[in-house]
Design a binder for this molecule. Structure first.
Ligand code: XIL
Length: 300
C-alpha cells in the first residue's frame, strides 16, 4: 500500500497521529492527516486542564471537533488521557481529602468515558504514574499522595464501567528498555492487575526517542508485556532528527509482536511537534515526506 494507514491495515494494525484542534483549518495539515492516518489522538484537548477547568464544569468543544472529524472519515480515535499528574488543574492538585479526590477522579473518568462511549478504541486511563530513575515505584502526585497506590486500580475500574468495550491502557515513557527499573515497575503493575482481575487491556509505550532510536531490548519489552495478556501500542512516537533506521527499527519491533496493535506518531510535520527543534517527525515543515517516512512505510 502507498500510505501509512493502509499499509498498517494490511496486518490488522492502525497507524495514527496526534492531532491539534487548532491546526484543523490548515489544508496542508488535513490533507496529510486524511491521506496517511487511520487513527488519531487529541494532542491536548482531552486532558483534564482542557476538559474540566473547574470542578464539575466540562468543556468538550475542541475534543468533540477532533472525534467527530475523525469518525466521519473512518479514522479511529485513541482517548488521551484521564488521570495524569501533568496538565492537571490547580483545583485538583490542591485537594487533600481522600473522599473528595476519589469522587472527583471517578466523576471525571465517568464523564469523559461515557461521553465518548463506543467512539474511542483505546483510552490512556492513567498516564506516567511511575517515577523516573531506579526506584521502580509510583511518582509523587496528588493521586498517589492522597489516595495511595490504589488510585490506579480505582481509575481502571471506573473506566471499565463507563465503557465496557473500550480498551483500557496504562501509558508511560521510558518503559521501552526492558532492564530499566521503571519498565519493571510497570510490568509488575500489569502482572498484578491481570492476576487479580483488575481490568486492563493494553500498555502504551510513548516512544519519545533520542536519535539512536529504540533500545536493543525494545522488541523483548513489547513481547514480555504482551505475554501478560495485554495488547501493546506505540502511542507517541517521535525520534530526534528522525533517522530512517531508527524509525524502521521501531516499526519492525511492533510488526514482530502479534499483540502490538498499532503505532501513533506524535504529530504530522516537524513544525507541529512539541519537540520541533529536533525535527523528529515523518513530514518536513512543507509537508513533504522525509526519508524516515519511506523507511517507516517499508518496515510494515
Ligand atoms: C505534550 C503536547 O504535545 C504538548 O503540546 C503539550 O504542551 C504538553 O504535552 N507525554 C504525553 C503527552 O503523554 O500528552 C505530551 O504531549 C508529551 C509527553
Amino acid at each position: 500500500a502507498s500510505t501509512l494507514g493502509a499499509q498498517a491495515a494490511q496486518s490488522g494494525r492502525y497507524f495514527g497521529t496526534a492531532v491539534a484542534a487548532g491546526r484543523l483549518g490548515d489544508g496542508v495539515y488535513t490533507t496529510i492527516l486524511d491521506r496517511e492516518f487511520n487513527s488519531v489522538t487529541a494532542e491536548n484537548e482531552m486532558k483534564w486542564d482542557a476538559t474540566e477547568r473547574s470542578r464539575g464544569s466540562f468543556t468538550f468543544g475542541p475534543a468533540d471537533q477532533i472525534v467527530n472529524r475523525a469518525l466521519g472519515r473512518g479514522q479511529r480515535v485513541r482517548g488521551h488521557t484521564l488521570v495524569w499528574h501533568s496538565q492537571l488543574p490547580g483545583w485538583v492538585n490542591s485537594i487533600r481529602d481522600a473522599g473528595t479526590l476519589r469522587s472527583v477522579m471517578n466523576h471525571h473518568i465517568n464523564t469523559l468515558v461515557s461521553r465518548y462511549r463506543g467512539k474511542i478504541h483505546s483510552w490512556d486511563v492513567v498516564n506516567e504514574a511511575f517515577a523516573d530513575g531506579g526506584s521502580g515505584q509510583l511518582r509523587g502526585s496528588v493521586f498517589r499522595d492522597v489516595l495511595g497506590t490504589g488510585f490506579l486500580e480505582e481509575a481502571f475500574r471506573s473506566a471499565r464501567s463507563a465503557d465496557p468495550s473500550a480498551k483500557l491502557c496504562y501509558n508511560d515513557y521510558n518503559i521501552e528498555n526492558w532492564s530499566d527499573a521503571k519498565t519493571q515497575g510497570v510490568y509488575r503493575l500489569v502482572r498484578d492487575f491481570k492476576a487479580r482481575g483488575v481490568p486492563i487491556d493494553c500498555v502504551g509505550l510513548q516512544a519519545h526517542f533520542g536519535a539512536g532510536g529504540p533500545p536493543a531490548s525494545f522488541q523483548t519489552t513489547l513481547s514480555n508485556f504482551a505475554a501478560l495478556g495485554v495488547d501493546v501500542q506505540i502511542t507517541e512516537l517521535d525520534i530526534a532528527q528522525a533517522p530512517p533506521s531508527a524509525y524502521a527499527n521501531t516499526v519492525r519491533a511492533c510488526m514482530n509482536v502479534a499483540r502490538c496493535t498499532g503505532i501513533t506518531v506524535w504529530g504530522i510535520r516537524d513544525s507541529d511537534s512539541w519537540r520541533s527543534g529536533e525535527n523528529p517527525l515523518l513530514f518536513d515543515r512543507g509537508g513533504n515526506k522525509k526519508p524516515a517516512y519511506q523507511a517507516t512505510l517499508s518496515a510494515m
